[in-house]
Structures are given as structure tokens and as C-alpha cells.
Write a protein that binds this ligand. Structure first.
Ligand code: ADP
Length: 401
């Protein structure tokens, strides 16, 4: 069966068509600048030339139609009929307190996504628009929503509750949700398989280090704790996000600057993190290059990044009463030997040992970095959120086949 995976942002739409018989990507692509001048579709069919068109896309409905046309096109297409698409899987950011796992989209699920607009103001509205555009363009086709927050719903109250009055949890759902859930779920399960851990009891720490970054602790693939909170701002230092700060920082900056809380949060989300600390860039390639050129600010930013990360790893190692494996994933985790080496050096006192030659050569591939005598397995496992969404979607589609 072929599954279409959709990831809609406010002005973008990323898609992949995956043949689930062999989990091969038949085509993938991106619609950019939806609703803005200069919109463009880039379609990459497997085994055929890349196809790019600049065409007006006033809304997501038009973008979905163009994606379908590209998939069906005689020259650039990969399917002959829309009926070859078994179901559509949608990435959805926030499912609030109610949704704990992926589900077939119905009116109730759409209501929940809508109710969570406040919790995911940049993503949830776009996610819903994408779902509705697909419903319209392909009536009768099964749509499945896969939530970034589902994995975090595995946490117990002791991990997900903030120590604030009940009212805010009961009335507004203020709790820790965690994000990158689809990635953490995929990588922690893959770690259990790849590293031959106990499927029920395997204890894994996953470091998802991309532009956004988070770390999770899980047992048997079930989340015990994860570093992001009510929003993706909490936790690690990220490309442009500050991660953990004293909440009073918001009040202090807001008062000092005479700006609004929203302005201050915008600074913490978009102008902070590695960008602010390094003064160079939010991109680790630029930061590493600056460090090699002797830039002290960039070196301090890297040290701060690793310091925060190992603080979480240490905490999660304790919460798990000893992790079996530490796994790196996403852009920096998969391609950043410097961060991996610096993290593992901190963990040497615990008996963690990695093969530095393997570490230096590990770029975007699945590999065990730890030595035979290491106390904990250390590995790089590339994440694949689209495949995870497609697998969940397939499981529903097969039930109703
Ligand atoms: P997101 O999906 O959150 O946008 P990614 O998972 O694609 O992000 O990760 C982006 C990050 O990965 C960037 O900071 C980029 O610098 C980093 N990255 C990509 N390739 C490399 C590399 N070769 N060395 C170090 N960092 C890299």
C-alpha cells in the first residue's frame, strides 16, 4: 500500500509518498511560500529528474491539488491513479491533554486540533488546513493524524506536572507535553531493535539534536521524561531557542524593555540559543568552523550547549536508574562528531567509551559508536519522522482494508 505523508506549516507543505511494501520513498517534495508571492513546488520523484515549478499557490487547497498533479504527472509522476494512495498521514503538532496516540481524523479529532490552536499557534492551524485541503481534494480517503505530543503522553504526573496550582492544569491544560515525539518514539524503538535491548525493559536516552533539540528517557519505547514542555521552548539550548530559563526572566526583560510578553517570548524563541551565545549563527556547521578559526564566543556557546545536554543526560540516567543506551539523532546528532565527542567525554566517569575513529566518520548513518567494554551502548540512529507517520497511518489503513 502507498501512503502519502503530509507536513503542513503556515506557508509550506512537505510531502512524501511511501510504498509501504518495501518502505521506499517514491517521491517527496515541498511547496513553499503558500499564500505569498513567488510560491514554488519542488517535486523529487525516485529515479526521475527533479521537477520545479513556480506557480501561484494562494492557499493549501491549491498546493494539495498541485502535489496530486505532480504525483500523477505522465513525465514526473510516480503513480497512475489517485486510488493507489491508500491513506494520508498528517503530522500534527499538538493534541492537548486528550489525545494520547495517532488517530483517524473525524470531526472530534478536528475539534481537538482546533481547541489546541492556543497551544500550537504556529503549527496547529496549518496542520488543520492541510487535513481539510486533503479531505476536499481526495474525498473519502482515510486521513490519519499523528501528533508530536503523543510520545510525551506516556509520562506520569510526577514528570509532566509543573508545580503550580491545579487550576491551570485543569482549566488550561498547562503541563509538560514534550515535542519531537514522533522522532523520539521512532528512534527509541529502533534503538531497542538495533542494539538488541529488551523490548519491554530497554532503557534508552535519545538526543534529538536538530535546529530544535530535545532529549528523552524511555523504557521499552514508552516515554518516562522528555525535555520540552508546554511548548518547544523548554529544555536544551537550541539553534535559536534559549531552552530553560528562570520564568522571571520574561517579566524582567519585558519590564526593562517596555515591550510585551509576546515580544520577549519571540526573543527567547527566535533570537536566543546558539545564535545569541555564539554571535555567529544558529547553524552548527558555521559554529564549528568559527571554533576552528579560534572564535572564543563560539567555543563558549558549544560548551554551554554540551553542558546543558549532559545535565539532562545525567538526570535521565538517574531517573532510569541506569540507561542501557544513549542515542544521537537529527541534523547535529547524526552529523556532528564534535558534539558527540564532547558529550561522551563527560560520561567517561560512568564507564562510557566510544571509538573516536567511528565517531569521526559517522555522518547520517546508523552506527554503534561505543566500544565493547563501554558501560552503556552509544549509537547514531538517523530519525525518519515521515516513515514513522506512514507506519502509524498504515496500521489504521490495514485495519479497514
Ligand atoms: P530541523 O529539522 O530541526 O530543522 P535538522 O534536524 O535538519 O533540523 O538539523 C539542522 C541542524 O543540523 C543545523 O544546525 C545544522 O547545522 C546541523 N547539521 C547538519 N549537517 C551538519 C554537519 N555536517 N555538521 C554539523 N552540524 C550539521
Amino acid at each position: 500500500m502507498k501512503i502519502l505523508v503530509m507536513n503542513c506549516g503556515s506557508s509550506s507543505l512537505k510531502y512524501q509518498l511511501i510504498d509501504m511494501d518495501n518502505e521506499e520513498v517514491l517521491a517527496k517534495g515541498l511547496c513553499e511560500r503558500i499564500g505569498i508571492d513567488g510560491s514554488k513546488l519542488t517535486h523529487r520523484p525516485q529515479g526521475k529528474d527533479r521537477y520545479e515549478i513556480e506557480v501561484d499557490m494562494p492557499d493549501h487547497g491549491v498546493a494539495v491539488k498541485l502535489v496530486l498533479e505532480a504525483l500523477l504527472d505522465k513525465e514526473h509522476g510516480v503513480i497512475e491513479s489517485e486510488y493507489e494512495i491508500g491513506a494520508i498521514g498528517h503530522r500534527v503538532l499538538h493534541g492537548g491533554k486528550e489525545i494520547t496516540k495517532s488517530c483517524i481524523v473525524d470531526e472530534h479529532v478536528k475539534d481537538v486540533i482546533r481547541e489546541c490552536f492556543d497551544l500550537g499557534p504556529l503549527h496547529n492551524p496549518a496542520n488543520l488546513i492541510g487535513i481539510e485541503a486533503c479531505e476536499k481534494a481526495m474525498p473519502g480517503k482515510m486521513n490519519v493524524a499523528v501528533f508530536d505530543t503523543s510520545f510525551g503522553m506516556g509520562m506520569e504526573p510526577k514528570a509532566y506536572r509543573y508545580a503550580i496550582p491545579d487550576k491551570y492544569y485543569d482549566e488550561y491544560g498547562v503541563r509538560r507535553y514534550g515535542f519531537h515525539g514522533t522522532s523520539h518514539a521512532f528512534v527509541s524503538k529502533e534503538a531497542i531493535r538495533y542494539l538488541d535491548l529488551d523490548p519491554e525493559k530497554g532503557k534508552v536516552i535519545v538526543c534529538h539534536l536538530g535546529n530544535g533539540a530535545s532529549v528523552s528517557a524511555s523504557v521499552g519505547g514508552v516515554c518516562v521524561d522528555t525535555s520540552m514542555g508546554l511548548t518547544p521552548l523548554e529544555g536544551l539550548i537550541m539553534g535559536t531557542r534559549s531552552g530553560d530559563v528562570d520564568a522571571a526572566v520574561v517579566q524582567y526583560i519585558t519590564n526593562k524593555e517596555g515591550c510585551t510578553v509576546d515580544d520577549t517570548l519571540n526573543i527567547l524563541n527566535k533570537k536566543s540559543g546558539m545564535l545569541a551565545l555564539s554571535g555567529v549563527s544558529s547553524d552548527f556547521r558555521d559554529i564549528e568552523a568559527a571554533i576552528y578559526n579560534g572564535d572564543e564566543k563560539a567555543a563558549m556557546a558549544m560548551e554551554a550547549y554540551v553542558h546543558r545536554l549532559v545535565k539532562y543526560i545525567g538526570a535521565y540516567h538517574t531517573i532510569l536508574k541506569g540507561a542501557d543506551a544513549l542515542v544521537f539523532t537529527a541534523g547535529v546528532g547524526e552529523n556532528g562528531p564534535m558534539v558527540r565527542r564532547m558529550v561522551c567525554e563527560y560520561l567517561e566517569f560512568l564507564g562510557v567509551k566510544i571509538d573516536e575513529e567511528k565517531n569521526k566518520s559517522a555522518f547520517g548513518k546508523q552506527i554503534v559508536l561505543s566500544t565493547e567494554d563501554s558501560s552503556m551502548k552509544v549509537a547514531v540512529i538517523p530519525t525518519n519522522e515521515e516513515l514513522a507517520i506512514a507506519r502509524d497511518t498504515l496500521s489504521f489503513a490495514e485495519q479497514y482494508r
